[in-house]
Design a protein around this ligand. Structure first.
Ligand code: FES
Ligand SMILES: [Fe+2]
Length: 344
């Protein structure tokens, strides 16, 4: 169950080059995303009205997506423009989806077209801001999107799943605080005078700071519906003010998580990091992306096996502990959205 009248990240811009469409299932709907020769982005059902071939196997010519089977030319609006030796006026239209590209991300609205409002696409401090550098990737993971939200709104799992990179026992020892602030759920944890775990030692070194000193560390997870989670993370040399310390003694970033349901039990997980230090340093962006990619790959097996268990034992009640409150509150906001959609 996912809200449909909302914007999801469909792709990164570079996944849709001119000329070649991208087939992607979003919220159980197969879509063909393509870019016209003029650079305009479009999304239509991945279904040719002639014989049902996937349009994503075709190619882009001018403003049309040409079916790879018999050459039907589909317009950005889902109406057939032409087909060799055929009159196409009576051809049934297929669905087109509201789509918008901004700062390297392509957003799609899988629900009621009349309700789509580009102004509702979320804004984030780091997005399109030259003071930040972004690096990230995409994983397809076989789990309900809400399991990924639970995972990211409860970082105690780092101690166990990511023990060699960002995990440390102090995460377990310092309780997290969760609050709801309007349309946002915030779960945060502040640790003081601890040893930096390996990933943060690397970040300190790369930022020209000593890595053997004690640090203050923070994790501030912010969920906005339906499934965007931005996590402020970082360390500062201990005793300099922690989260409020001057930039010169910090290594700090936003962990970027856009979770797009593919089916009821699979997601497109757009992960990344937007960092505020040394934004021009491409080699640093690459090495952080590599490290982060390995960390998120560690979650995959846990989530996929958890999903299989839940499918096998759907009647079992699960516990809700204080560490789960971020996920629980996030699901409440999603449930509000689903209830609102059901009444319209
Ligand atoms: S199935 Fe697309 S043109 Fe025939
Ligand atoms: Fe994780």
């Amino acid at each position: 169950m996912f809200p449909l009248n909302t914007w999801y990240v469909a792709a990164r811009s570079e996944e849709i080059p001119t000329g070649r469409p991208l087939g992607r299932r979003i919220c159980n709907q197969p879509m063909a995303l393509f870019r016209s020769s003029a650079g305009q982005i479009a999304a239509v059902e991945d279904f040719c009205p002639h014989r049902g071939a996937p349009l994503s196997l075709g190619r882009v010519e001018g403003d049309t997506l040409v079916c790879g089977y018999h050459g039907l030319a589909m317009g950005c609006d889902g109406k057939t423009v032409a087909m060799p030796c055929q009159r196409v006026r009576g051809f049934p239209a297929i669905r087109s989806f509201p789509i918008h590209e901004e700062h390297g991300f392509v957003w799609v609205w899988p629900g009621d077209t009349a309700k789509a409002d580009v102004a509702a696409i979320p804004k984030f401090e780091w997005l399109g801001n030259p003071a930040f550098a972004y690096g990230g990737g995409l994983y397809n993971i076989g789990c309900d999107y809400r399991l990924m939200i639970d995972n990211l709104m409860d970082l105690t799992h780092e101690t166990y799943v990511h023990s060699t990179s960002i995990g440390q026992k102090e995460i377990d020892e310092v309780p997290c605080q969760t609050r709801v602030d309007g349309e946002q759920v915030i779960t945060e944890r502040f640790m003081t005078a601890i040893e930096a775990p390996p990933f943060w030692k690397m970040a300190l070194r790369l930022n020209g700071l000593p890595d053997e000193q004690l640090v203050d560390r923070w994790q501030i997870c912010r969920f906005t519906p339906p499934s965007h989670i931005m996590i402020e993370v970082g360390v500062a040399l201990a005793g300099q003010g922690g989260y409020a310390a001057p930039e010169a003694v910090k290594a700090a970033s936003w962990v970027v998580d856009f979770i797009t349901p593919e089916t009821d039990t699979s997601i497109h997980y757009f992960w990344g990091m937007a960092r505020k230090f040394k934004p021009q340093d491409q080699a640093l962006t690459d090495s952080i992306r590599e490290g982060q990619g390995k960390i998120f790959a560690e979650d995959r097996e846990m989530l996929e096996r958890q999903q299989l268990n839940l499918l096998a034992w759907p009647e079992r009640k699960l516990l809700m502990l204080n560490i789960d409150s971020g996920g629980v509150q996030s699901r409440k906001l999603i449930d509000h959205m689903l209830a609102a959609e059901a009444h319209t």
